[in-house]
Design a protein around this ligand. Structure first.
Ligand code: FMN
Length: 222
């Protein structure tokens, strides 16, 4: 798969086969991803790669917190989307809702809460990666972690794996810190659900959209 094809065909996977990804394969994904760029090659990232009983424990604890309606405390504040950005989010949510709640299934707060609880279990993925950075480095290190996260997703995709970037699994950082022994000196940036995609799931195959290029490019002197 060439780079352009990988970029265009990577998509968020939200239904996984149950088989865990062998450690050797995860290692290969991360080994290639080390070549992501960063400010002056500072490489401010670290990963917790999780599976088996440890991931089960993490999933149980996150779900428990969601079900108890505990206040969320993400270390990177959730954006306050308005206007066109909110409209895009609502459009995506409506598409995803059409799979979560097929015709005849009423969308109730209870059903939404059920979905959020399921999502907090890394969407059922057999493996997860938590990306964190040295906290003292500031916003550019978060930018670097974003470059790394996309590199992981693209590499995994090129190797036949599926990923979903997940802010959702970072909303209770104290649990991640305790289970994965992440010190306070690190800032938890993003989680990634990773596994083999279920190719039959509609939820993995809906038609995505992007805004036309003209709406985002300003040409100067060209
Ligand atoms: C920072 C970030 C956080 C995200 N968090 C979640 C999440 O918690 N749950 C989820 O289902 N998808 C999450 N996503 C995936 C986006 O919904 C997805 O990238 C977007 O809808 C575009 O779809 P695509 O990845 O299939 O192209 C996240 C993406 C990013 C970049």
């Amino acid at each position: 798969m060439d780079a352009i094809e990988a970029i265009r065909s990577r998509r968020s996977i939200r239904v996984f086969k149950p088989e865990p990804v062998p450690r050797k394969v995860l290692q290969e994904v991360l080994d290639a991803s080390r070549w992501a760029p960063s400010w002056a090659n500072s490489q401010p990232w670290e990963f917790a790669v999780v599976g088996g009983k440890v991931l089960d424990q993490l999933k149980d604890r996150l779900e428990e917190r969601v079900k108890a309606k505990s206040p969320e405390s993400p270390e990177i504040p959730k954006p306050g989307f308005t206007g066109q950005y909110l409209a895009r989010i609502e459009r995506t949510r409506d598409i995803l809702d059409s799979f979560r709640y097929p015709p005849g299934v009423e969308i109730t707060p209870e059903r939404r809460a059920e979905y959020v609880a399921k999502a907090s279990r890394f969407l059922g993925a057999p493996n997860g990666i938590i990306v964190y950075i040295e906290r003292s480095l500031g916003p550019y290190a978060i930018f670097d972690a974003g470059m790394m996260a996309q590199t992981i997703c693209l590499t995994a995709h090129a190797m036949g794996l599926g990923t979903c970037l997940m802010a959702r699994v970072t909303y209770f950082p104290d649990i991640l810190r305790e289970v994965l022994k992440i010190p306070e000196s690190k800032l938890i940036v993003i989680g990634i659900a990773i596994g083999y995609p279920d190719p039959k799931a509609n939820y993995n195959n809906y038609v995505r959209s992007r805004e036309p290029l003209d709406t985002m490019v300003n040409w100067h002197g060209i």
